[in-house]
Design a protein around this ligand. Structure first.
Ligand code: MG
Length: 333
């Protein structure tokens, strides 16, 4: 046995519903895990699946943890299938203790704007806080309406600021082409998952035909699909949500081997999962450092679980202590 293992389920309402092309998301469900190894070292991890994103379901994750019977075996890495990327991330984070040294510096962060017209009111406020990278969810309302809002949003950006668009796979390849035509030579950093992961040829065609970089997100929700696109030589950006992607050391090794252009992003975890995910972001030395997508701060209504409010930079020293993780765990007892 490598460690004793416990897990607890949570269900936590968001402060404000998260609107995406897949509908409105009101609460976060997941599992926290706690391990105690033979030397008495305590570790925490979080299973934060997003099934519509292509991960395992919460039930599959819970069943897998239940089968382990309270003990994490030495060969857990062989026992927990690669398909259960969220479980693998949680267990590796708990027993790996891969924290970030407090002197690791800081990462620039992108600000997530609300979908639709609400973005217009938010962008000025967020720019005033010092952000220079913004992200806006598209494919939520009619394209003609969103195009008008995009024009207004871009005109309100501070100098040298950039906008990321995220369609969550909502567009047809033809719609995506019309959007990418509008984005050319404008301050659009990249367009995330313009079409469904089920149409890989359309993604490859858009990356070839338009100057705005395309970022894969839903297409690379697990280590297997990430490796597939790395092997295929994808020319654009990879959005990596460490909570969904599997064992962090394996994810980092895959990205490093190809010097992938990666953006690290939240899966709307509690502060336990967020700490582990930011640990991956801090450890990756890629070809360029893009702003991480961890929002402007708090998502969850219950402050015992929530990440601290973040500014335009996330400092390594601010990503959470073991003591805070223990408090979060105890809040579920
Ligand atoms: Mg995305």
């Amino acid at each position: 046995m490598k460690a004793r293992l416990e897990y607890r389920r949570y269900r936590l309402p968001f402060r404000a519903p998260v609107r995406t092309a897949h509908g409105t998301w009101r609460e976060r469900e997941g599992l926290l895990v706690r391990t105690v190894d033979l030397s008495g070292r305590v570790g925490f991890g979080e299973v934060a699946p997003i099934p519509w994103f292509g991960t395992e379901t919460l039930e599959e994750a819970e069943e897998c943890l239940g089968r382990l019977g309270g003990m994490l075996p030495h060969d857990w890495d062989d026992v927990v299938p690669e398909r259960l990327g969220c479980v693998r991330c949680a267990l590796a984070s708990a027993v790996g203790g891969a924290g970030v040294p407090a002197d690791a510096g800081r990462l620039p962060a992108a600000a997530l704007l609300p979908a639709g017209r609400s973005a217009l009111e938010a962008v000025g406020r967020v720019a005033g806080a010092g952000y220079t990278v913004f992200k806006w969810k598209v494919g939520v309302e009619r394209p003609e309406d969103e195009w008008g809002i995009l024009d207004d949003l871009l005109s309100r950006l501070p100098d040298a600021a950039q906008m990321r668009l995220d369609a969550n796979g909502a567009w047809s390849s033809r719609q995506a082409g019309r959007w990418l035509d509008r984005c050319a030579e404008r301050p659009v950093e990249f367009v995330e998952q313009p079409v469904s992961p089920e149409d890989p040829d359309a993604l490859a065609g858009l990356a070839r035909d338009y100057p705005t970089p395309i970022a894969l997100d839903e297409s690379v929700s697990g280590l297997a699909s990430l490796n597939h696109w790395l092997d295929r030589g994808w020319p654009g950006v990879f959005v990596v949500k460490p909570s969904l992607s599997g064992t962090p050391s394996e994810v980092l090794a895959a990205l490093e081997a190809r010097r992938a252009d990666a953006v690290f992003s939240t899966a709307f975890e509690t502060r336990i999962g967020r700490k582990a995910a930011l640990g991956v972001a801090f450890r990756y030395a890629g070809p360029r450092r893009r702003a991480v997508g961890f929002g402007t701060g708090s998502f969850l209504r219950d402050s015992r679980f929530d990440a601290p409010p973040a500014g335009p930079f996330i400092e390594a020293g601010d990503i959470g202590s073991l003591q805070e993780e223990a408090e979060t765990w105890n809040a579920l007892s």
